[in-house]
Design a protein around this ligand. Structure first.
Ligand SMILES: Nc1ncnc2c1ncn2[C@@H]1O[C@H](COP(=O)(O)OP(=O)(O)O)[C@@H](O)[C@H]1O
Ligand SMILES: [Mg+2]
Length: 292
């Protein structure tokens, strides 16, 4: 079970490179693909899900080029796209039975599997209700269930926590952690806390490029000594924001406490504090340019 991404680039139109020379080797575990909006996360996932082909480079699944021979991967692939849509008039069971049929799963096997999956995602009680009345979290759980219909070896979930409330988000994370087992799970998000608890590896992507790949602890360690808390007068806030990467602001009756990510002490009175993964993420991202 190995996924090799080799120098993959994807161009849209004349000169928009959504992915540039992206290389990565994946083994079982949960990979958190972390990056700002527009970084290329969905593009990479569509390439891996064989929805779209790379402009350059290739992806190998157990040695097979997935563009030339997509079937071996497709048989063991589960994919929850970012814009997953449901049929509001179907019940959860009907919807999953329909998708199983479309994918050529044998009906009796599919029915048993659907029963187990509805239990797993905690929707057994509402299985006969129309999906139109489901909350965002319930719909995402249907989305996960459909991605698991074929007991995939490679599970790709694209920003699955978008639109979930904090409690649903936590539950969803736990579910993904439980699912990992002996699969490759790729979870994309622009929210650091989504991957903190569940990812065994983290890949940062920005402007189509891989910025770094690390274990969460290593990413944290990389920011140690680069995060500062600094009390400043409120009037300085705009200037400080222009000159530094500010990862947080606490407003006080007098002045403000800013959290700054910087290699050197940003100014007199600033004191170093332990980094969060969010700080580490800001440290690792390329500096914003005037254009972006
Ligand atoms: N089908 C498409 N046609 C043209 N440009 C696209 C298409 N899909 C994505 N893009 C562009 O590619 C870049 C990366 O997008 P995307 O992969 O969706 O990023 P992310 O998922 O990280 O937000 C963006 O600039 C986006 O506008
Ligand atoms: Mg996306």
């Amino acid at each position: 079970m190995q996924l090799l991404i080799e120098h993959v680039s994807k161009r849209y139109g004349q000169d928009l490179w959504a992915l540039s020379d992206f290389s990565l080797t994946l083994a079982p575990g949960v990979l958190g693909l972390l990056g700002p909006n527009g970084a290329g996360k969905s593009t990479l996932m569509r390439v891996l899900a064989t929805i779209t082909r790379p402009t350059r480079g290739r992806v190998l699944w157990d040695g097979d080029d997935i563009a030339a021979r997509p079937d071996p991967l497709r048989r063991v692939l589960g994919y929850l796209p970012q814009d997953f849509g449901i049929y509001p008039n179907l019940s959860a069971t009907e919807f999953l039975e329909y998708l199983a049929a479309v994918r050529g799963l044998e009906a009796r096997t599919a029915r048993k599997r659907i029963d187990r999956l509805l239990d797993l995602v905690n929707l057994a009680d509402v299985r006969r209700r129309p999906l139109g009345g489901f909350s965002g979290g319930m719909r995402q759980r249907v989305g996960i269930a459909q991605a698991l219909l074929n007991d995939p070896h490679l599970l790709i979930v694209d920003e699955p926590t978008g639109g979930l409330d904090p409690e649903e988000r936590v539950r969803f994370r736990n579910l993904l952690g439980d699912l990992a087992g002996d699969r490759i799970v790729i979870l994309s998000t622009h929210i650091v806390s989504d991957v903190e608890a569940v990812a065994t590896r983290i890949v940062l992507i920005a402007r189509g490029r891989l910025v770094l790949e690390a274990a969460p602890e290593a990413l944290l360690a990389s920011a140690t000594g680069k995060v500062w808390e600094w009390e400043i007068p409120s009037g300085d806030l705009v200037a400080v924001r222009q000159q530094h990467r500010v990862s947080g602001v606490l407003r006080r009756a007098q002045g403000a406490t800013v959290r700054v990510v910087a290699d050197q002490m940003p100014g007199p009175g600033a004191r170093p504090v332990p980094p969060t993964l969010e700080d580490a993420y800001l440290t690792a991202l390329p500096a914003p340019t005037a254009a972006s």
